[in-house]
Design a protein around this ligand. Structure first.
Ligand code: SF4
Length: 329
């Protein structure tokens, strides 16, 4: 089968699957304290529907699958989905993005189900400040979860992602440097994006990757490493050999030119860009009995029209109606 490609000549090999819009945290840069209007359970794709779409997309060239949410571990029997996707031919890399709260409980089940690597979202390494951001007093449990998954050496790399927010993250930078320098976790700072449920994002709240890096270099000189194709992170190594640290700068340093990513939402919409303002419904044809040829036609057509880039920094930028908690990392 001819691999998926967009009209800009970019091959599409990376799929992010949101398995639920629900989350057990209430991160300030993501959703209001009261949460969001959740999808009905009947609107969610079943594991069998997700597996069918992933298998078809694998035949169309998708090799990397990342499972996200909301919080994916909050979906009942989530490890069973991992075990259904693992044997799919062509899936080379199967990973999960989680807030880590349920990781201590599920680490072994996820490893036995076959995940290759994991991203854990942690925005502060100070218990009170973690509570302040997530509205949950959960840092000790998240760190136990991180240790639990780290005990399985076959799950690598383990990435720790921190959203960088002005007037907050500046006081976290050196705690995360210490984590990066004292463990084999890959720590990355991610710029705050206009995908929050409160619609409170403004450009001046973005603490850019360059600003965080300058803070770090005042104490730890860094050296840039070559960028991997399709990579979202700019990775640097500590010149004194103390490990690596990364910066994901979608606002200040977009990486759209060689984007190879598409997303599937928990309710079966295909998103061709994180900032898409249009979506393609796959659930309706799926539940109407469409065969793979019909689904392939819909997928190819949608991917062909994939956005060239996001327009966050342009006048007239329109934030997507769907927010981060229902799109996933
Ligand atoms: S903003 Fe859209 S086009 Fe750019 S890297 Fe992200 S998903 Fe790809």
């Amino acid at each position: 089968m001819e691999a998926l490609i967009d009209a800009h000549g970019r091959p599409i090999t990376d799929l992010r699957v949101s398995v639920t819009d629900r989350c057990n945290f209430r991160c300030r840069y993501c959703m209001p304290a009261e949460g969001m209007p959740w999808l009905d359970r009947s609107d969610l794709l079943s594991f069998e529907e997700i597996a069918r779409l992933v298998a078809l997309l694998a035949r169309l060239g998708i090799t990397d699958v990342r499972l996200t949410g909301g919080e994916p571990l909050a979906r009942r029997e989530f490890p069973r989905l991992v075990s259904m996707l693992r044997p799919i031919e062509g899936i080379r890399d199967l990973s999960v993005t989680t807030n880590g709260y349920l990781l201590e409980r599920d680490a072994r089940a996820l490893v036995e189900a076959g995940i290759d690597r994991i991203n854990v979202s942690i925005d502060s390494l100070a218990r009170d400040r973690f509570h302040e951001v997530t509205r949950r007093d959960a840092l000790p449990q998240v760190l136990r979860g991180l240790e639990a998954i780290a005990a399985f050496e076959r799950v690598r790399p383990i990435k720790v992602n921190a959203v960088a927010m002005r007037d907050f993250t500046e006081d976290e930078v050196f705690r995360f440097c210490e984590l990066a320098r004292s463990t084999d976790y890959q720590v990355r700072f991610i710029e705050f994006m206009p995908l929050d449920g409160d619609r409170a994002w403004t450009a001046d709240q973005v603490l850019t990757g360059d600003e965080v890096r300058a803070l770090i270099e005042a104490r730890h000189p860094l050296e840039a490493l070559p960028r991997e194709p399709h990579a979202t992170a700019r990775v640097y190594r500590f010149r004194d050999g103390g490990g690596e640290i990364g910066f994901i700068n979608p606002v200040s340093e977009p990486f759209c030119a060689d984007c190879n990513r598409i997303r599937l939402t928990a309710d079966g919409e295909l998103r061709t860009c994180l900032f898409s303002i249009r979506e393609t419904d796959l659930r309706a044809p799926l539940r109407a009995g469409a065969d793979d040829a019909e689904l392939e036609r819909i997928l190819r057509d949608a991917v062909w029209r994939k956005e060239l880039k996001h327009r966050v920094n342009e006048p007239g930028f329109v934030a997507p109606p769907r927010t981060m908690s229902a799109i996933g990392g």
